[in-house]
Design a protein around this ligand. Structure first.
Ligand SMILES: NC(=O)c1ccc[n+]([C@@H]2O[C@H](COP(=O)([O-])OP(=O)(O)OC[C@H]3O[C@@H](n4cnc5c(N)ncnc54)[C@H](OP(=O)(O)O)[C@@H]3O)[C@@H](O)[C@H]2O)c1
Length: 287
């Protein structure tokens, strides 16, 4: 096989860049001088990203990657390595919410929610990591949520998936560090992106069938959520800035809780916000 040239510029591969945080992250990294492989499951949705890149005066490469398909992930990683010879940063951003209590969540909804938010992160990381391990360097940054630390009603499936990512990455971070790769989690509270509209769309059938005692509770919960998004919501670009910060930090933290509001939500759970003490302790046991 012909030897691939390693290009000078660092390369970032980002999942879920058709909208929201992923789109802004692609632009931020391109502006910062990275080769950006901006992936999406449906590349016919690339118009918004391409327009944003044009407005910012940057170039990036759009490629197809559906985090629910292992062959799609592996194909994209292979193409990226063939073209650029390196992946310096992986941003696991793709995600999808679902509204429904345990009783209302069908097997199909549970599988899809776990598939996008957890197995997608697992499989994409597994596809990229061997390459980073061989180079002895890399950054793996995953967008989870305060819902990965604090369970929230009607978000049982989504929180289970984000908790799973937290557990996976906290377990993996000390091993990865020993091989030169830094693992970080980005934990936002509310962000004003397409996310909520997408959650409502995929949950619409279930929501229409809510019966007592859940119907009154979900109405209350969704009403109060709207106020929280309006008052405390960050922008996709705010989160993109924090992702870039994690990618460029000399010693990135394990955990980035992205706002004071988000820190208030998780306060009962974490006493030490950066999460570094846990990773430090287990990394020390590997030396
Ligand atoms: N918005 C919030 O309030 C909030 C809060 C905390 C954490 N987060 C997390 O932040 C991340 C970004 O979300 P966002 O707010 O930017 O939401 P968003 O605007 O809905 O963007 C989600 C992105 O994920 C993509 N995606 C969904 N399924 C996919 C699949 N199977 N393969 C590849 N891509 C897929 C979507 O692509 P399509 O356009 O094809 O659907 C879209 O590009 C997610 O991990 C989310 O869980 C969001």
């Amino acid at each position: 096989m012909a030897k691939v040239e390693t290009k000078d510029k660092p390369t970032v591969l980002i999942t879920g860049t058709s909208t929201g945080v992923g789109l802004y992250t692609a632009i931020r990294f391109a502006k910062a001088g990275y080769e950006v492989v901006a992936t999406m499951r449906d590349t016919t949705k690339k118009k918004a990203l391409k327009e944003a890149a044009k407005a910012a005066g940057v170039k990036l490469r759009v490629d197809r990657l559906d985090v629910q398909s292992r062959s799609s992930i592996e194909g994209c990683v292979k193409r990226t390595l063939k073209r650029y010879g390196r992946i310096d940063v992986l941003v696991n951003n793709a995600g999808a919410g679902f509204l429904g209590s345990l009783e209302q969540t069908s097997d199909a909804d549970l599988k899809r929610t776990m598939g996008v938010n957890f197995f997608g992160v697992w499989n994409t990381t597994k596809a990229v990591f061997p390459h980073m391990r061989e180079r002895g360097t890399g950054r793996i940054i995953s967008v989870t949520s305060v819902g990965g630390l604090i369970g929230q009603p009607f978000n049982e499936a989504y929180c289970a998936a984000k908790f799973a990512v937290e557990g996976m990455m906290e377990g993996f971070a000390p091993l990865a560090r020993r091989m030169g790769v830094a693992v970080s989690l980005i934990e936002p509270g509310p962000i004003n992106t397409e996310f909520v509209a997408n959650v409502r769309a995929v949950s619409a059938a279930g929501l229409a069938n809510f019966q007592p005692p859940y119907d009154a509770m979900i109405a209350k919960y969704m009403g109060s959520s709207e106020g929280v998004f309006a008052q405390f919501g960050q922008t996709g670009d705010d989160i993109a800035g924090i992702i870039l910060e994690a990618a460029q930090a000399e010693q990135p933290h394990f955990r980035y809780i992205t706002s004071d509001f988000a820190k208030q939500i998780v306060k009962p759970k974490v006493a030490e916000y950066t999460g570094d003490a846990v990773v430090d302790a287990f990394a020390a046991r590997l030396q």
